[in-house]
Write a protein that binds this ligand. Structure first.
Ligand code: TYM
Length: 358
């Protein structure tokens, strides 16, 4: 890394991508199709930083041994899916202290009213909000810090993270406004970005599977926290388990429609067609051109075969990688070092902007 400030480096670089995944239990098909597959694709023409967000994970109780195991498992999944940890950066959040430090500064920029509107907090805290951790409430500000600490330009995520990304942009905008004069005085304004210090990151919520739904209820998203194992397909499921879960997936008695409009009001059918399309690299129209008019008794086995075909090699490679914990840990350590080299000069600029003696 050169000794340039983060701001100088940015004018010469490829667009920078940042995204994170929580190490909280099993990764599922939603995480894979909504996020990880996109992470892999973006490597071609972006500088990518992919983070295992262990500090976000502990906003709800995590068994420490399980957290460690899961941190390594997400790392293995990234690599097994095709992320190159040498060309790009893969690390765990707690190894780079700038995330927590910047989160504190941004806590003083974000407004309580903004956080009160976050639907994910309401969902996760449930009825007993008084008993939720302060960290869970503050979760979106740490997420803003993750992204802004690297001056990331683009953030690939599933649909459920949209509101958090809008908040990130609001926080960046308010920081830029509050300190506009100081940013200009220090010469830290970004060219062509109306004088701001933080770029406003662009959410990338794209593809046919930005919201993969539960296999048991097509109106609920597929989630790690659903008590029913049959609601999701885990990256660690073997072929038999995958086939069984798809066989049991909720559907309706009608055959598949000939066109996408025919999927309206048929949430479960739409979800399975979306999963097929995403895995096969087709559009839903193309899937229906093949399967329209055919019943689920034919479609489900084809879908199960496709899921197994795509996930089995990843599953096997994850197992192989997890046998060598030393390698996984070295990837995270080296990734953290390279991440720090980007975040440190940016955070040093933040300190100067807000008036901290550095
Ligand atoms: P997490 O760990 O819950 O999920 C990781 C990624 O998977 C996507 N995802 C889905 N996509 C489609 N269908 C689903 N059913 C589904 N379930 C999950 C999520 O949208 C996400 O992209 N807050 C983030 C982690 C985070 C982060 C960040 C992301 C922390 N800091 C900075 C981007 C940038 C989260 O909870 O992800």
């Amino acid at each position: 890394m050169s000794g340039n400030s983060g701001t100088e480096q940015m004018s010469k670089r490829k667009p920078r991508v940042f995204s994170g995944v929580q190490p909280t239990g099993n990764l599922h098909l939603g995480n894979y199709l909504g996020a990880i597959v996109r992470f892999v694709d973006l490597q071609q023409d972006h500088e990518c930083i992919y983070c295992v967000v262990d500090m976000h994970a502990i906003t709800v109780w995590q068994d420490p041994q399980e957290l460690l195991r899961s941190t390594r498992e997400v790392t293995a999944a990234f690599i097994a899916a095709g992320i190159d940890p040498e060309e790009h950066i893969v690390f765990n959040q707690s190894q780079v202290s700038q995330h927590a430090e910047l989160a504190w500064v941004l806590n003083c920029t974000a407004r309580i009213g903004w956080l009160n509107r976050m639907t994910q907090f309401k969902e996760k805290a449930g009825k007993n909000r008084e008993n939720a951790s302060v960290g869970l409430y503050d979760y979106p500000v740490l997420m803003a810090a993750d992204i802004l600490a690297y001056h990331a330009d683009r953030v690939p995520v599933g649909e459920d993270q949209k509101q958090h990304l809008e908040l990130t942009r609001d926080i960046a905008q308010k920081f830029n406004n509050d300190y506009a004069q100081r940013i200009a005085e220090l010469g830290l304004a970004r060219e062509g970005e109306d004088g701001g210090f933080f770029p406003l990151p662009e959410p990338l919520i794209q593809g046919p599977a930005t919201r993969v739904m539960s296999l048991r209820d097509g109106t609920k998203k597929m989630s790690k926290s659903d008590p029913s194992e049959y609601s999701r397909i885990n990256l660690s499921d073997d072929a038999d388990m995958i086939a069984k879960k798809i066989r049991k997936a909720k559907t309706d008695p009608e055959p598949l429609p000939e066109s996408v409009e025919g999927l309206e009001g048929r949430a479960e059918a739409a979800n399975l067609v979306g999963i097929y399309a995403a895995l096969a690299g087709l559009t839903k129209e193309q899937v229906l051109a093949e399967f329209g008019g055919r019943g689920f008794a034919e479609f489900k086995p084809a879908l199960a075969d496709l899921v197994v075909e795509k996930l089995a090699p990843i599953n096997a490679e994850m197992k192989r990688l997890l046998d060598d914990v030393g390698y996984i840990d070295s990837v995270l350590r080296s990734g953290a070092e390279r991440a720090r080299a980007i975040a440190e000069p940016i955070f040093d600029d933040v300190k100067r902007i807000v008036g901290f003696l550095a």
